[in-house]
Each structure stands twice: as structure tokens, then as C-alpha cells.
Design a protein around this ligand. Structure first.
Ligand SMILES: NC(=O)c1ccc[n+]([C@@H]2O[C@H](COP(=O)([O-])OP(=O)(O)OC[C@H]3O[C@@H](n4cnc5c(N)ncnc54)[C@H](OP(=O)(O)O)[C@@H]3O)[C@@H](O)[C@H]2O)c1
Length: 301
């Protein structure tokens, strides 16, 4: 297939592009900055184009000669507001709507869209509420064959999660940790990529949503400890009281690129775990974190 992969220059995109290329698909990745996607250029059937995916005419042009679209665009910091900040609105709601409408206009039907586990209009964070609104915006556009994926937090080479915890422990004598008891069911990026690629061939996935989770539930404290052990720099972890964590997150909102915001804390009020179905679709067995993470954490991420 010829596939347009929007938001494909990031962490998941890197792994999914490789999986799709290995399966013989041709993938076009639009990016705001070609430089960000240069790691994809080594893949034989993957091309990178600098373009503005927020412009409906550019989107329609990008969709010419494609057979499927994958939307991976997502941000963790989209500002504050009710029901969500302006950044979340633009990236998680307006853009998916524009993508779906451009597909309808160009007659393209197949869309894979990545949302987030526990996305809901009533969720405590703007991130999760905007992810739910994005799903709804796509569902409101008629005539598309959509499959939605809702992953828990994702680990794998190049992640911004275990790698960050490992790096922090290399630099800090202790780790002050917000929401230490928050629960996650981390899923390997290879399983995310394979599940998404599998769905391209499966008509029964049209109109369905799939949770993507790993085999085990961990607290954030356990994950940070695990990252410390696996990278060889385990430090003491000090769980922060809620008020201190909130102040820390508020202060970080003034630091460009900082890894935490008050909205992230609100997301962690909900257990980021499976709602009870299979961890992965299509009979796939999820890879354990302990099997994969040592390989890349020992190399530094
Ligand atoms: N990683 C996880 O643990 C996790 C868990 C659950 C759900 N998800 C979801 O999975 C998706 C991919 O995650 P990821 O970890 O691969 O993210 P990532 O590494 O941060 O990559 C995000 C991509 O989105 C694009 N992007 C960001 N803001 C944009 C904007 N305003 N307009 C247009 N493009 C924009 C970036 O493209 P440029 O090249 O243009 O910068 C980049 O390719 C996201 O929707 C995320 O919410 C991720």
C-alpha cells in the first residue's frame, strides 16, 4: 500500500515506518522540519516531505495516490483550559477533523488513528479529553474505514519514558517523584507497530477501537526503580506529596520542553491500565518490559 503517515517523524513513527517498510509498504511522512525525520531516510520505501498538514489543501495534495492514512500526531503539553488548552485543540481535535474531511473529499477511506488509553470527555486532564474529542471528530465524518488505537505508555528504543528515568538517575542523587503510586501497563513499541500494521489488512477492524497494553501493571515508582536497575544507576526515590508535586509541575510549565505539567499529573489520577480485554488485538502476546528494556537502557536510550 501507499501510506501517508502524519506525525511519523517521532518515536512511534520511527518504529512503525520500519515495520511497514519491512512489509513492503511505501510510506510518505510529512513533517514540519525535515531535519527531525532524517533518521527515516535510510529506509528504502519511506520518503519524508516538509509540509503543513494543518492546511486542508496541502493535506488533500498529500493524499493523492495514497491508499491509507495513519495519524500519529500528539503532544503532551497543550496548555490549560476547559475542556482543553488551545494546543491540544489544534493537534488532537482540529487536525484529526481536517484529516478525516480531506480523506472524505479525496475519496480515501482507510484511516488508522492513535488516541490514548482512558481517553474520555469526562477524563481529568485536557490531554485525555482532547484525545476523546479527536476520536469523536473523526467518527463524525461519514464514509471512512477507521481503526483507533488506545495505547498505555509505550517503551522501546528512543522512548521518552524509561530512558528519561534512567538519565535522571545518572545525574541526580535522588529522584523526587510525583504520583509515585500511579499505575501503568507499559506496552512495547514493537507490539504497537505490529498491531497497527496488522490492522491494515483486516477489514474486521473498521469502526473499532483497540487498547494496546503490556503484560504487567506497574506503579510509576516501580518503573523508575526498574529503569535505575537496568541502566546501572539506581537512586533512592522520594514520592512527593500532592501539593509539592503540583507546585513542581506548575514551575516546569515555564521551562520549555520540560517533561511534566499539571495536566500530566491530572492524567495520572486515572490508572493507565487495560479495561479488561486482551492486552493486544489479533491474538498477539505482549512483550515483557524486562525482556526489551535492558538492551536499550544499557546503551543510554
Ligand atoms: N509515546 C507514548 O507513550 C504514547 C502513549 C499513548 C499515546 N501516544 C500517542 O501516540 C502518538 C505518537 O506518539 P509519539 O510518542 O511517537 O510522539 P512524538 O515522538 O512526540 O511524535 C509526535 C509527532 O507529532 C508531530 N507533531 C507534534 N505536534 C504537531 C503539531 N502541532 N502539528 C503537526 N504535527 C505535530 C511531530 O511531527 P514534526 O516532525 O512535524 O515535529 C511528531 O512526528 C501521539 O498521538 C501520542 O499522543 C503515545
Amino acid at each position: 500500500m501507499n501510506i501517508l503517515m502524519i506525525g511519523g517523524s517521532g518515536f512511534i513513527g520511527r518504529h512503525l515506518a520500519q515495520t511497514l517498510a519491512e512489509r513492503g509498504h511505501s510510506v510518505t511522512v510529512p513533517t514540519r522540519r525535515r531535519e527531525r525525520a532524517r533518521h527515516l531516510l535510510v529506509l528504502p520505501t519511506v520518503s519524508v516531505v516538509e509540509d503543513d498538514v494543518h492546511d486542508p489543501r496541502r493535506l488533500q495534495k498529500l493524499m493523492a495516490d495514497q491508499q491509507a492514512v495513519i495519524n500519529l500526531v500528539g503532544i503532551l503539553r497543550g496548555g490549560n483550559g476547559t475542556p482543553y488548552g488551545a494546543g491540544f485543540s489544534r493537534a488532537h481535535v482540529e487536525l484529526p477533523r481536517k484529516i478525516a474531511l480531506a480523506m472524505q473529499t479525496t475519496g480515501l477511506r482507510r484511516l488508522l488513528h492513535i488516541s490514548a488509553l482512558r481517553a474520555a470527555a469526562t477524563a481529568p486532564s485536557g490531554y485525555l479529553r482532547s484525545k476523546a474529542a479527536g476520536e469523536a471528530a473523526i467518527a463524525a465524518v461519514r464514509g471512512l474505514d477507521v481503526t483507533v488505537f488506545r495505547p498505555s505508555v509505550i517503551f522501546g528504543a528512543g522512548d521518552a519514558f524509561l530512558t528519561l528515568f534512567a538519565r535522571l538517575q545518572r545525574c541526580l542523587p535522588i529522584v523526587p517523584l510525583a504520583c509515585a503510586e500511579a499505575q501503568f501497563q507499559p506496552v512495547w513499541v514493537g507490539d504497537v507497530a505490529a498491531s497497527m500494521a496488522d490492522s491494515l489488512q483486516r477489514d474486521e477492524t473498521f469502526g473499532k477501537s483497540y487498547e494496546l497494553c503490556g503484560p504487567e501493571v506497574y506503579t510509576l515508582r516501580q518503573l523508575v526503580a526498574q529503569a535505575g536497575v537496568l541502566s546501572g544507576h539506581r537512586r533512592p526515590i522520594v514520592g512527593l506529596p500532592h501539593a509539592v508535586a503540583y507546585l513542581q509541575a506548575w514551575a516546569m510549565e515555564f521551562v520549555p520542553g520540560a517533561p511534566l505539567s499539571r495536566d500530566n499529573l491530572r492524567s495520572m489520577q486515572l490508572a493507565n491500565i487495560s479495561s479488561g480485554g486482551p492486552a493486544l488485538p489479533f491474538g498477539r502476546q505482549p512483550m515483557a518490559l524486562e525482556t526489551v528494556a535492558p538492551g536499550y537502557l544499557k546503551r543510554g536510550g
